[in-house]
Write a protein that binds this ligand. Structure first.
Ligand code: NDP
Length: 301
């Protein structure tokens, strides 16, 4: 069997087009959603990611506010900027790029962001809303994974889902979303016993581990839908000495013969994360102005 490829790049492009259309519909009312992105330091991977976010924000018709701060920024300086952005009426969404330099307590910064502008969905208020099943912002990566799953299986009711990874930004919110979708959810982590056996039960497997090709083909239930969140850089001697390539948490070449559908890495979950950030910013802009859910709900339906 050869699995269906879940083309995250194409699916993300179509969501961005829908979000762009919803943004254009707001323009006659003088409303243009705005996203502030704060980058502290000069980590090259973060710089690339932030640039991509800003470009796609503008392409979707939104305003992008760029705040690049030096690596020596103090916690008080960053908190002062967050307070300013919280109070700025043109800013609908605030994203502080992680990781932050060691002198800054990331959790304190996350908790300083107004939950109504927390488009990353990391604030404890939004995490609590997801847990209690009340409307709030859902972290972008798991939301993107859910949209990819829906592209293959619009109804996930009753399926056995296994999420490998229990981080606050991917694994835990992913599990909550799958519970909301009526799946029977198992969350696996580094202390899980007999992980291959646990994975073999999964109709839906989400791997968010950060271990290159940990999940082997023979860990999968035939026909399973596999979402690979992992982004791992590994040596690529075939391309020359010192060269690297990106692989996921799933051994793709093996998995493709067993799974029913699978996301590639790159080109799977990654592009969806930014699309969902734009989607959350649109929602934040509408909510803050008391606009009805019809203005943004079609961008995740
Ligand atoms: P974390 O390091 O925060 O969490 C990793 C999780 O995997 C932990 O819960 C850990 O368990 C578990 N784990 C580690 N090793 C094993 C193992 N051998 N067996 C089973 N479980 C294990 O990572 P993140 O959640 O932040 O990210 C996970 C991956 O997803 C990374 O590769 C990251 O780069 C990628 N990512 C991709 C994004 C995208 O846009 N595509 C966005 C965010 C992340 P324990 O809790 O016991 O330590």
């Amino acid at each position: 069997m050869t699995a269906t490829l879940i083309d995250g790049k194409a699916i993300a492009a179509s969501w961005r087009a829908r979000i762009g259309a919803a943004v254009a519909d707001l323009a006659p009312q003088g409303l243009r959603p705005g996203l502030a992105v704060v980058l502290v330091g000069d980590d090259p991977a973060s710089q690339i990611y932030v640039r991509s976010k800003m470009r796609q924000t503008v392409e979707a018709g939104m305003r992008s506010f760029d705040h690049a701060l030096s690596a020596s920024t103090t916690q008080d300086e960053l908190l002062a900027l967050v307070a300013k952005l919280n109070a700025d009426p043109d800013v609908d969404g605030i994203l502080v790029q992680l990781p932050l330099p060691p002198q800054i307590d990331a959790q304190a910064v996350i908790e300083a962001i107004d939950p109504a502008k927390d488009v990353d969905g990391f604030h404890p208020v939004n995490a609590g809303r997801l847990l209690t099943g009340t409307p709030g912002f859902v972290p972008c990566t798991p939301l993107g994974c859910l949209l990819l799953l829906h592209s293959i299986r619009p109804d996930l009711t009753g399926l056995d889902a296994v999420v490998i990874g229990r981080s606050a930004i991917v694994g835990k919110p992913m599990a909550q979303l799958l519970i909301r979708e009526n799946c029977t959810v198992t969350v696996a982590h580094s202390r899980t016993r007999n992980l291959p056996e646990v994975c073999r039960r999964a109709d839906v497997l989400v791997a968010a581990v950060g271990r290159p090709e940990l999940v082997r083909g023979d860990w999968l239930k035939p026909g399973a839908t596999v979402i690979d969140v992992g982004i791992n850089r590994v040596p690529n001697p075939a391309a020359g000495e010192g060269r690297t390539r990106i692989v996921g948490d799933v051994a793709f070449a093996e998995a493709v013969d067993v799974a029913g559908a699978i996301t590639p890495v790159p080109g799977g979950v990654g592009p969806m994360t930014i699309a969902c950030l734009l989607r959350n910013t649109l929602e934040a802009a509408c909510r803050r102005r008391g606009l009805p859910p019809e203005r943004w709900s079609a961008t995740t339906a």
